[in-house]
Design a protein around this ligand. Structure first.
Ligand SMILES: C=CC1=C(C)c2cc3[nH]c(cc4nc(cc5[nH]c(cc1n2)c(C)c5CCC(=O)O)C(CCC(=O)O)=C4C)c(C)c3C=C
Ligand SMILES: [Fe+2]
Length: 422
């Protein structure tokens, strides 16, 4: 792919100095030591290939920042939709390699037309950017209308998620015909990606809702340290990890023999659940209660039955009063694979703080994202059990919800989702 990297525009040294990480000032609000500085520079310079067997942004080591957007398709013209996917593919490939969204760039085009890149990422490295595309149920059929001749290609599992107890969904934060997940080490890189893709889609799609996230709440590789969510607990310990290749086939990647496997094989389903956390109330709970709600210790993340972070929980170990030491209504007891026929999910969520609510509390929580091979067996029953039985629910409110099918990877010369339109 031809093009000058955005950093080339500034020249090596100047471009390095332009990144806060490289300048060694601070990353994510923390002062960095020399070693961490080097790691931060590496992470900021990371590039992941856009094309491959699977879309990037699923098993890719979870980056620190998210901009997620859901779109409504505003045209009935199938060719216009395909054209957009072709353009999105080209722009996404360029941006993930640290290039401008278009071949001309932000500042080198003619004065009398809008630039083909918006410019706010000039001088920034690729930042480990991944861009992951998904298709919602409305792309296949909306209000009983098959706009694009795709109705008979919809896998049965790709439908609106059911209403769960304790859902208080905002329509304007739910659903969507298409989604784009942009993850990067630098928020400006992630926002730049979504902004440019939305700009390219003008007239064909409209942003329905979007969500910014920070501080990944999962590890997707054994090489990553487990991060913490806004309750202060390690989150991602028992996640499906990139190194578990057999588990990925079993639990994450749609297989050719699965429903929709003719176009979705090598892909996955993305479940998004915007989850508000009443953190001010949580902060007033005793440590013992907080640990009981989760079923793990707050310090090390070890299960309450003992061991270290990665020790398997022992749900039958008795505690005081002959009750199990891991409460049966704790989060890990309720969602653990042993309670769901072995079903697991690859979680890849982010913390969010969207200002303050009417009562002066933080409008904050976890933008939960999970990738599963089959939402009907791996997500819906787990969410149902959680909504009904999990003591953590006292501190949670689900305010957004969406399900998308994420097609497999994009081959050379192809556009994203090409097999669906063949
Ligand atoms: C329906 C699926 C899930 C939702 C929604 C969910 C929300 C949610 N989770 C936490 C905090 C933690 N979750 C942890 C583990 C965990 N969570 C789910 C599923 C959902 N969580 C699963 C399948 C698991 C793994 C269980 C296992 O295999 O042991 C943990 C423990 C650490 C870890 O393994 O990651 C924490 C902590 C919050 C705060 C939250 C909503 C805001
Ligand atoms: Fe969880």
């Amino acid at each position: 792919m031809a093009g000058i990297s955005r950093r080339g525009l500034l020249g090596g040294g100047a471009a390095l100095a332009a990144t806060g990480a490289a300048a060694g000032i601070a990353v994510g609000g923390y002062a960095l030591g020399r070693e961490s500085e080097d790691a931060a520079v590496d992470a900021a310079s990371d590039t992941y290939p856009f094309r491959g067997t699977h879309q990037a942004g699923i098993v890719t080591p979870a980056q620190d920042r998210l901009h997620f957007a859901a779109f409504d398709v505003t045209t009935d013209d199938r060719q216009a939709l395909v054209d957009l996917l072709v353009q999105w593919t080209a722009a996404a490939e360029r941006m993930t390699q640290g290039l401008d969204a278009g071949p001309v760039g932000a500042v080198d085009g003619p004065y009398n037309v809008p630039p083909d890149d918006t410019g706010e990422a000039i001088g920034l490295p690729a930042g480990g950017l991944t861009i992951t595309f998904g298709f919602g149920p409305g792309l296949f059929e909306k209000d009983g209308v098959d706009r694009f001749g795709l109705a008979d290609r919809r896998p049965a599992a790709l439908r609106d998620l059911p209403h769960f107890p304790a859902d208080v969904l905002d329509r304007n934060r739910s659903g969507g015909d298409l989604c784009i997940q942009a993850c990067a080490q630098d928020p400006q890189v992630a926002v730049h990606a979504i902004r440019n893709l939305a700009r390219i889609g003008f007239g064909t799609v409209a942003v329905r809702w979007s969500q910014l996230g920070f501080g990944r709440t999962s590890s997707t590789s054994t090489s990553q340290e487990t991060p913490r969510n806004l309750f202060g607990f390690k989150d991602g310990t028992a996640n499906v990890k990139a190194e578990e290749t057999a588990e990925l086939e079993e639990q994450v990647w749609v297989q050719p023999e699965d429903d929709g496997g003719d176009w979705l094989a090598g892909g996955s389903y993305l479940v998004a659940r915007r989850t508000n956390m009443t953190i001010e109330v949580w902060d007033r709970q005793p440590l013992a209660d907080q640990e009981g709600f989760i079923g793990r210790t707050k310090g090390t993340g070890a299960p309450l039955s003992g061991g270290d972070e990665f020790t398997e929980p022992d749900f039958s170990m008795p505690g005081s009063n002959d009750q199990p030491v891991i409460p049966v209504d704790s989060h890990v007891a309720v969602v653990h694979p042993s309670a769901h026929g072995g079903a697991r999910m690859l979680r890849r969520g982010y913390n969010f703080v969207d200002g303050t609510d009417d009562l002066g509390g933080l409008n904050a929580g976890l933008f939960f994202i999970a990738f599963v091979r089959d939402p009907d067996t791996q997500f819906i029953p787990v969410q149902q059990a959680m909504s009904r039985n999990d003591t953590l629910m006292e501190y949670l409110k689900f305010t957004g919800s969406a399900l998308f099918a994420v097609p497999g990877g994009v081959g050379e010369g192809e556009h994203v989702g090409q097999a669906l339109f063949a």
